[in-house]
Design a protein around this ligand. Sequence first.
Ligand code: AMP
Length: 195
Amino acid sequence: MVNLILFGPPGSGKGTQSAKIIDKYGLIHLSTGDLLRSEIANKTPLGMEATKFMDQGLLVPDEVVIGMISSKLDANPDARGFIFDGFPRTTAQAEALDKLLALKKTAISVVLSLEVPEDELIKRLLNRGKTSGRSDDSSEDVVKARIVEYHNKTAPVADHYAKFGKFRKVKGDGSEAEVFDLLCKELNELVAEKV
Ligand code: AMP
């Protein structure tokens, strides 16, 4: 199994590049942001609770997202591998993920981190807010709060995986195709294209 974490701050292109990767390599895409937005759209209690945090640009509590990931892993026993997008976002989430994967006799193969300068991130997020309908992309204050959360709580996840020699930086500010090419160079060493 190949299990990839696509890492990076909000607006670094994780969602866009995940879509291209699942297409090419046949991995299952697990995006906690997408899962949370679907809970909100369905007006579930979990969604109603999560929206309070998301609207302020804050992370939702660890146990909520860990529970969602755990059920998705159980729901896909025959997966070729997973691509985690927007998860783990705290060291506690990373430790929980490592344990969940160990129970399934697998592990994270690599963490690919999309590196994009901060002014470019803010520009991209506010631009996306004009068309995506995502309330957390339309206010500059909320966008900045998300980047602060990233620095305080998510950046340490890089050290967690660097300790195991699994963390790699990828230049994320080129065109979509250029960034995809760089990601494929890393992935081709680990996984064959789907047939
Ligand atoms: P994203 O679509 O990944 O940018 O996530 C949108 C929002 O959902 C984030 O700003 C958080 O409020 C919440 N969220 C998504 N994934 C996580 C996570 N792994 N841990 C905590 N909160 C999350």
